[in-house]
Write a protein that binds this ligand. Structure first.
Ligand code: G4P
Length: 527
């Protein structure tokens, strides 16, 4: 196969959802259809149970599981499909945000009874920033679900994206009869039989107004279906591929992941419409995946399980060229040539060493603490990929050294954990105090625990009342100086030495934005 054909057949995506909507179940069913696993249950849920929020062993367990399910690969209809896993716990949202920087499209799972939930909205904002193409799967139709028209309206309004239902449910819960594929004009009947096997009870119909359809789903359900389809045809016109590619139009499917129902339609549509790897932006030029020289960036760093070794796995997204085992590549940040003798690829439940990887693929690189999120690898060109931001944290605490004998270990530990993207560190200009900012409260516990167990250092936290951290830039020197002087107690430096305003309240931030109109406040670090 040529390099171009290898690129063309890659589909790299993530499934995102509010916890409990059915992400793990759907992932598993996709792997089942793709033949990567043969029985359900092979993919472990990477959720931290709510009751275990402060159970550190549970956190450790989660880290272990999420390494092995970080990337799941399977072949389907001659496509090579890479599913990038995202953490199930909302306190690890930043990890999910970063994973979204490495995918070419996403599938959003929504619980049919609950509709669009908070975490889905937030994740969609990240997709919108990058114009990521989106397919929606409305799950759990085997339970009483909301009216599908209402759900479509809610998806449009809450996720701010146009929708086009490509399948349509017939009832839900106890009256669930199946889904009608508008596109292929096929009716798939629902029997909640064996959940582990594929369900193939499909009725191909060109005309719904037949006694066979009446017999299959019941006369009144068929009448309702015909009415719905007429309405859908009038309200939701055709699927327009360019709009999907731009992240403006989302095909919607209905089904029940746990019952394997509607999953094949979703997957068949996915392989037809989901984009192959696209161009990526860098500070120098756009990188085309069809270029023959390797480029790629680190989007995630994972500490290894063995606390006695501080080895980590850095996940590299290949953007162009071919990644070859044992070939030296330039690590742009350090200027060093590095070769990797055992780059890993991932399967459903195991890792293996890979000789060659192509754009769209993810390789796991062994790292002894030198790599940072966003680091670029090339064959010599000096560039940095854009669009791999840190997000404004919303939770803050002062971090203090609780064991003065171990201050070196503490600063090394903090430094490395920040490189991994566990949280962000800000140093106040006024007094040099250090503040940790993150998006989920659990991260504070993770940091404290890992500092102690991996670095032998102890920290304690002190409360600090802050609302949001935002980076700021300005072209009006005197206004910037005036702002910095007035807010001096709230100005900090991030780990790259950039100015950050730690807004004390939403009101203060709003006032600052109004008063200092020549200053740009940024809510991600990528500006
Ligand atoms: P998540 O990764 O998005 O957090 O969700 P997950 O797949 O773990 O699913 C959450 C719960 O919803 C699971 O039940 C799962 O079995 C159930 N579920 C998923 N898809 C469907 C569906 O189509 N219909 C119905 N009725 N339930 C569904 P659980 O009780 O938390 O776990 P389990 O013991 O069943 O595994």
């Amino acid at each position: 196969m040529t390099h171009g054909q290898e690129v063309e057949r890659r589909r790299t995506f993530a499934i995102i959802a509010h916890p409990d909507a059915g992400k793990t179940t759907l992932t598993e069913k996709l792997l089942l259809f793709g033949g990567a696993i043969h029985v359900a249950g092979a993919v472990k849920s990477n959720k931290i149970r709510k009751s275990a929020a402060s159970d550190f062993m549970e956190i450790e367990r989660q880290r272990g599981i999420s390494v092995s399910t970080s990337v799941m690969t399977f072949e389907y209809m001659n496509r090579k499909i890479n599913i990038l896993d995202t953490p199930g716990h909302e306190d690890f949202a930043e990890d999910t945000y970063r994973t979204l920087t490495a995918v070419d499209s996403v599938i959003i799972v929504i619980d049919g009874a609950k509709g669009v939930e908070l975490q889905t909205r937030r994740l969609m904002e990240v997709c919108r920033m990058r114009n990521t193409p989106v397919i929606v799967f409305v799950n759990k139709l085997d339970r009483e679900a909301r009216d599908p028209f209402d759900l479509l309206d809610e998806i449009e309004n809450e996720l701010k994206i146009n929708v086009i239902p490509l399948s349509w449910p017939i009832g839900s819960g106890s009256s669930f009869r199946g889904v009608y594929n508008r596109y292929a004009k096929k009716l798939q009947l629902f029997y909640s039989a064996d959940k582990q096997k594929r369900s193939d009870s499909i009725l191909e119909i060109t005309d719904l107004k037949t006694p066979e359809t009446d017999a299959a789903i019941g006369e009144s359900a068929n009448a309702k279906l015909q009415e719905d389809i007429e309405l859908l045809d009038a309200v939701y016109p055709e699927f327009r591929r360019p709009e999907y590619d731009d992240g403006k139009l989302a095909p919607v499917f209905f089904g029940s992941a746990v019952n394997n129902f509607g999953v094949r339609e979703l997957l068949d549509c996915f392989v037809q419409v989901a984009p192959a790897p696209k161009k990526s932006r860098t500070d120098v030029r756009d990188i085309d995946p069809f270029e023959t020289k390797l480029t790629g960036f680190v989007f995630k760093i994972h500490a290894n399980l063995d606390p006695n070794h501080r080895d980590r796995i850095a996940f590299l997204k290949i953007c162009s060229g071919v990644f070859e085992r044992n070939k030296p590549y330039l690590h742009v940040a350090s200027g060093k040539q590095i070769r990797f003798s055992s780059p890993n690829t991932f399967l459903a439940d195991r890792k293996s060493i890979v000789d060659e990887s192509f754009p769209g693929d993810i390789v796991g690189l062994h790292d002894t603490g030198n790599f940072k999120i966003g680091d670029t690898f090339t064959e010599g060109e000096i560039l940095k990929f854009k669009g791999i931001p840190s997000f404004s944290p919303e939770l803050f605490r002062y971090i203090e050294n609780a064991d003065p004998m171990k201050s070196k270990q503490l600063s090394k530990g903090i430094d490395q954990l920040m490189d991994e993207g566990v949280a962000q560190l800000f140093t106040l200009k006024v007094n040099g105090r250090k503040i940790i900012g993150c998006l989920g409260a659990l991260q504070f516990d993770v940091i404290q625990y890992r500092l102690e167990h991996e670095y032998g250092a102890k920290c304690r936290y002190e409360p600090v009342q802050l609302y949001k951290a935002c980076w700021f830039t300005g072209d009006d020197k005197s206004q910037t100086e005036d702002f910095t002087a007035r807010k001096y107690n709230y100005i900090a430096l991030d780990k790259y030495g950039r100015n950050v305003y730690l807004a004390e309240s939403a009101y203060a931030l709003q006032m600052a934005r109004e008063k200092f109109d020549r200053i740009n406040f940024h809510f991600t670090s990528d500006f």
